[in-house]
Ligand binder design. Sequence first.
Ligand code: C2E
Ligand code: MG
Ligand code: MG
Ligand code: MG
Length: 285
Amino acid sequence: NAKNSPSEKIIVFENGMHELAMRNLSLQNDMRRGLEAHEFFIVYQPIFFLSTGELYGFEALLRWSHPQRGIVSPGEFIPAAEESGFIYELGNFALTKACNDFAKLLKTSPKDNEITLSVNISTKQLAKDNLIDIIEYAIGKSGLPPGLLILEITESSIMEYPDKSAKIIDAIKSKGIGIAVDDFGTGYSSMSVLQKLKLDKLKIDMSFVNRLTESSEDCEIVRAIITLSNSLHLQTVAEGIETSEQLQILRSLGCELGQGYLCSKPLDVKDLPLLITQNACPSLL
Ligand code: C2E
Ligand code: MG
Ligand code: MG
Ligand code: MG
């Protein structure tokens, strides 16, 4: 029976692969075109102190304003960019653009020297040897004080390359830049690795925050993450806070910082000065 012959299976498989490869290739070309056409930009999601409602800083999030597709979210293009290697250019763009935007913002609003900028770094960027040069260049060129910059690295990318990560994190920390472990709780952390790294923050993944009010198990996981974070002397950031019930639980568990639609969606750079002047999230007061 020809249908079950190994050779036919291979052909079917190859066709599927081919389609995916073609789609990624056209997306890659489109991204390259889009970057040159200045279609990529950064939005800024505010991060607040949960106890006081005071503004802590902003997380820079990449967006693609596509001529046909409208605003495209990073979930749709970061994986393809990682796959093709385009993430180096794109990540470099995001870092330099965010540093430049922010340095400019600080110059026009003098009392805001304490406000931080968090930038996401992908697995591939973390693993590449020139990351530290790229960071130094972005900081040097923009004039952003390094103490205001925080790099977000996911738990899973750290654990994918624990030794390499430790070295890069050391180098980043020696510049005075902070490190946050992103999407914490979704990967598989080795406690001995975590303990050895020079970290500043753990960000509790949104999926746990979403289920806080529904499941006592998730509540216990969040409590455990906060306890772990405290014992490692790190700050805890909750992401994706959408309801006041979630906020109330996070406060009672002693979570220091948070972000989410309850307080604010990611903002356009032109809207940052107003929030910086207000310096607080009304729904946290
Ligand atoms: P992340 O770092 O965990 O970012 C948080 C994501 O949650 C963002 O999605 C944000 O818009 C979304 N979010 C925040 N609050 C809420 C909420 O209350 N409800 C809901 N439903 N969502 C909320 P976004 O912007 O789509 O980014 C997704 C991921 O893409 C980020 O996850 C980050 O890992 C990656 N990413 C974004 N920008 C960059 C970048 O410049 N470079 C790299 N390498 N990765 C990036
Ligand atoms: Mg992040
Ligand atoms: Mg996150
Ligand atoms: Mg996340």
